[in-house]
Design a protein around this ligand. Structure first.
Ligand SMILES: N[C@@H](CCC(=O)N[C@@H](CS)C(=O)NCC(=O)O)C(=O)O
Length: 236
């Protein structure tokens, strides 16, 4: 884990010190440029205009910096992302996004309408519980030479179902025409699919929504090709 923090950008994040002076306390995101779960949180932070510092955790270097004692003290689950914010440390990207939503509600990432809200959660869980964990690095390590075939199979099976769901829920984005937490899960998962050469031809709705989202600034600045730890050869 890199000990140096890298500023994402400046802005929000002040706290009153015991002396009454305003002390700037920026959240710290433990992140890996290519981690789809970290990207979900980076998009939320960008959409909500929250300034933060990044501590890169290289999942491949040194046998995986997420396994270091230093990082285990941050997240005992040994996964990114983790976010230090408002005096607490959170892991689990969806829990982090919910906390940001509860404390910094503008713009909303969960619709107020209960049906739409449930659909946003359904799609988010579909990806975050039903697809990503099956093709996570630690699982792929166990698959050895079968890792690409395994990842393709898990993503394709999840996308077949997701395509049908989105045909019912989507407008411009996953649920209607407002960007939601579901979209924060979709775009990084499509990037994983592309990385594993999954044929996206059978998923026109997923492909259309992904393209529309990638045009938005928050998705661009948080993209894996534009992070402080992005290797030079992968930089946009
Ligand atoms: N449910 C967790 C999953 C986190 C996760 O799987 N993170 C991956 C990167 S996207 C990771 O750190 N993998 C490290 C490993 O498998 O060793 C979340 O949503 O934050």
């Amino acid at each position: 884990m890199a000990s140096e923090k890298v500023s994402a950008w400046v802005g929000e994040g002040t706290r009153e010190s015991c002396l009454g002076a305003a002390v700037r306390v920026k959240p710290i995101l433990y992140s890996y440029f290519r981690s789809s779960c970290s990207w979900r949180v980076r998009i939320a932070l960008a959409l909500k205009g929250i300034a933060y510092d990044q501590v890169p955790v290289n999942l491949l270097k040194d046998g995986g910096q997420q396994l270091s004692a230093e990082f285990k003290a941050v997240n005992p689950m040994k996964q990114v992302p983790a976010l230090k914010i408002d005096g607490i440390t959170l892991s689990q990207s969806l829990a982090i996004i919910h906390y940001l939503e509860d404390t910094r509600p503008n713009p909303r990432l969960l619709p107020q309408d209960p049906k739409k809200r449930a659909q946003v959660r359904m799609i988010s869980d579909h990806i975050a519980s039903g697809i990503q964990p099956l093709q996570n690095l630690s699982v792929l390590k166990q698959m050895g030479e079968r890792k690409t075939e395994w990842a393709q199979k898990c993503i394709a099976s999840g996308f077949q179902a997701l395509e049908q769901v989105l045909q019912q829920t989507a407008g411009r984005y996953c649920v209607g025409d407002e960007v939601s937490m579901a979209d924060l899960c979709l775009v990084p998962q499509v990037a994983n699919a592309e990385r594993f050469n999954v044929d996206l031809g059978p998923y026109p709705t997923i492909t259309r929504i992904n393209k529309a989202l990638l045009e938005l600034e928050a998705f661009k600045v948080s993209h894996p090709s534009r992070q402080p730890d992005t290797p030079a050869e992968l930089r946009a």
